[in-house]
Design a protein around this ligand. Structure first.
Ligand code: ADP
Ligand code: MG
Length: 701
């Protein structure tokens, strides 16, 4: 017999074969023995408890009942044909119904016998029933092992079920694999860690995750496997961090010079908040160490991240370096440029904007002045990353709204200079702590947790279509006070046409409602050229128009303090963080601002929760937590490259404790043994080496 390994193709497993293997590969992405063993149940059914028929209610999950099967008959014709049985215990009678496999069931079911049935109770025409229950002949002397108290449930698909690979079928395959697997599996966490953190060994954990004997057993297995997932991600991240700080030298910004001081004393139009001051201190500290700074700046919408970024860039300029600031969209880059230009007016600091639509001639001049060092600060889009853009001495890169940039792009920016520039990464909206630690675990984190003084919290309202006239009336009042209004429509790729129709219909209604010359409307949507968008934006920014109708292109960063009303159409179609981002476009001046969420009455449970959350709170961190719970990390941009998506068990919205435990452990390990040279850490060293054979270990000590 051939020696199997975890790389053995799945078709060689007993009970699989080439045909089923094909389906398993296609449907579940399971190719090898190793893939299958880490295909964990997604839930468990408690089979320790038996219900009586008179205890059943339609809102129970799947439950089991012991009773006698009476009277089985086929009723109905053709498509409506079904098998109906009466099932009885000492407390009552119920119906069991099957729509499929009728012939086979008719033959197999034993009328008069006692069964354990298992399924979800439903109420059909006032009668209690169960559709397609699992049936098992009751055998009071059967050994417990054949009937585990916690029955695993594996995700299956219709296709798989056609090949008898429903949850039960997958469980049978796991049975065929497990005895072999637990003998063969190699421990990947050093023993001293297992002991200290009370973790099961890997083999035991695998056995219990698939075949738990009780609740404690299952929890121990889950803890071990979750810990493992989070631990290795942290190991990789913190290893990278170590490499960055130890391998790369960073620019030393040890002077606070003319431009910083001039700006701070003469130009800064407001006192900094304490949070802004603290963050600046953290940045000053980092840029003093001689190592490269890699810092994530988190702060809620409107908390004033831009000015912190600007002052950091001025610090670079004062120390003979150049700075660049990168934004995800052209509108935003333009806006940053305008803001910075205004703030830097008359200061001896040169500033330029580079985007995809910068004319070639200008671009060439810019390249020259960058290479000669004449240009101090460059603001732009992705265009900044291109290889032709070379700096004389790039000292700091600020990345705004990081979630749209990948790790790779960050790395590309580092390579723009012999000494890699400091990195300041800013998020558009707060992200939950666990997600930050995983997505940006290799960065240090600063948080601006305070809004500038005098801000009035935005009032948020949820309205249905029948209140539209009321909404129009309200808009009119605000505009009469000299304020401006955003009206945002969803634009979702799959139904772009439909969305554009909504947008156009919306605009027509608005024009009827708000006629010229008293009202003027700007329109910005994704199908316009950057130049047209910019033109329309500028009209709104200058106050020439009172209404800005837009799709989500205005989502990030746009700053028009005079706008006090944000109306979001079809609000139920937006994600939470998007809604929060959009709401953050108002409330930027001293006036009371409002956000009105328009939705249809038909709301999904989640849609309702999203809107309720928005109405309840303005706190971006709280909203981010809810968002993570609702969507999972997979739908949150930026997660693709982070390994988060490979998490099979760990859940960043509920497993914060395990994550912290794992991260602190890794921090400690590296503190005592940065090269993982100690014999007890050999396993970890091996793991990292396998992940990244290119790393030269000597360099980090
Ligand atoms: P965000 O963190 O969302 O990027 P911005 O940097 O765009 O926020 O700042 C939002 C608004 O608050 C801007 O108009 C900015 O000028 C203003 N602002 C920033 N810091 C302060 C402060 N300390 N006091 C008053 N206003 C501030
Ligand atoms: Mg911003």
């Amino acid at each position: 017999m051939i020696e199997h390994s975890f790389h053995t193709p799945i078709e060689y497993l007993k009970g699989v074969g080439p045909q089923r293997a094909d389906i398993i590969k296609k449907e579940l992405n399971i190719f090898t023995f190793g893939d299958l063993i880490s295909y964990y149940p997604f839930r468990y059914i408690d089979r320790t408890r038996f219900y009586k028929i008179n205890q059943l209610q339609p809102d129970l999950p799947s439950v089991q009942v012991i009773g006698r099967l009476l009277h089985v008959e086929t009723v109905g014709q053709k498509r409506a044909k079904r098998l109906v049985a009466q099932f009885k215990d000492e407390t009552g009678t119920m119906e069991l119904v099957w729509f499929q496999g009728i012939r086979w069931l008719e033959k197999g079911l034993k009328v008069g016998a006692v069964y354990i049935i298992f399924g979800k109770p439903t109420l059909f025409k006032g009668l209690l029933s169960m559709t397609h229950p699992e049936m098992e002949l009751y055998n009071p002397t059967a050994k417990k092992t054949g009937n585990p108290s916690l029955q695993p449930v594996y995700r299956s698909t219709e296709k798989l079920k056609q090949f008898s690979l429903d949850s039960k079928g997958i469980q049978r395959l796991q049975e065929n694999l497990i005895t072999w697997a637990i003998k063969k599996v190699e421990e990947n966490i050093p023993e001293y860690i297992l002991k200290k953190h009370h973790l099961l060994e890997k083999g035991a954990a695998l056995l219990s995750i698939h075949f738990p004997s009780n609740q404690q057993d299952l929890q121990a297995a889950q803890k071990r496997l979750k810990f493992e997932e989070l631990f290795f991600i942290q190991l990789k991240l913190l290893k990278n961090k170590l490499l960055q700080t130890q391998k790369f030298k960073g620019h030393l910004f040890d002077r606070v010079g003319a431009s910083f001081n001039l700006f701070y004393k003469d130009r800064l139009p407001f006192p900094l908040t304490n949070a802004q001051k603290r963050v600046l201190k953290e940045i000053r500290h980092d840029t003093h160490t001689g190592a490269q700074m890699n810092r994530l700046l988190q702060g809620d919408v409107g908390s004033g991240k831009t000015v912190v970024a600007l002052m950091t860039m001025l610090l670079a300029v004062d120390n003979g370096c150049q700075a660049c600031m990168m934004a995800p969209t052209e509108i935003l880059a333009q806006q940053h440029y305008n803001n910075l230009a205004e703030l830097l007016k008359d200061l001896p600091v040169s500033l330029k904007l580079l985007t995809g639509s910068t004319p070639k001639k200008e671009r060439l001049l810019m390249h020259q002045s960058l290479e000669s060092g004449d240009l101090n600060i460059l603001v732009g889009t992705h265009a900044l990353i291109e290889d032709v853009v070379k700096f004389k001495n790039l000292g700091i890169v600020v990345i705004d709204e990081q979630h749209r940039f990948g790790v790779e792009q960050r790395a590309k920016l580092w390579r723009k200079n012999a000494i890699p520039p400091h990195m300041l990464v800013m998020t558009a909206t707060p992200i939950p702590r666990t997600l930050a630690m995983t997505l940006y675990g290799d960065l240090d984190v600063s948080v601006i947790d305070e809004l500038p003084a005098g801000r009035k919290p935005i009032k948020t309202l949820h309205l249905f279509e029948n209140s539209r006239l009321r909404m129009f009336g309200f808009m009119r009042e605000e505009i009469a006070k000299g304020r401006q209004v955003y009206i945002v429509y969803p634009l979702i790729k799959e139904s772009e046409k439909l969305d554009l129709m909504h947008l156009e219909a919306g605009i027509e209604a608005l024009i009827r409602e708000f006629p010229l010359p008293d009202f003027r409307i700007s329109v910005v949507h994704g199908k316009m050229t950057p130049k047209d968008k910019e033109f329309e934006m500028q009209r709104f920014i200058k106050g020439e128009t009172q209404l800005m109708v837009a799709t989500t292109v205005i989502e990030v960063g746009v700053n028009v303090p005079n706008a006090t009303v944000m109306i979001i159409e079809n609000a139920e179609r937006f994600g939470l963080s998007q809604l929060h981002q959009l709401r953050g476009r108002v409330g930027r001046g001293g006036e009371q601002s409002f956000c009105i969420l328009m939705s249809s009455k038909k709301l999904s449970k989640e849609g309702k929760l999203r809107l309720e959350t928005m109405v309840r709170t303005n706190d971006g961190f709280e909203i981010a937590e809810t968002d993570l719970k609702l969507r999972g990390p997979g739908d949150i941009a930026g997660t693709q490259q982070s390994g988060i998506l490979d998490l099979k068990l760990a859940d960043l919205s509920t497993d914060q404790t395990i994550l912290l435990e794992a991260r602190n452990l890794v921090i400690n390990i590296f503190k005592n043994d940065p090269n993982l040279a100690a014999p007890q850490n050999l396993l970890l060293r091996k793991y990292l080496f396998k992940q990244n054979p290119g790393i030269s270990w000597e360099k980090i000590s």
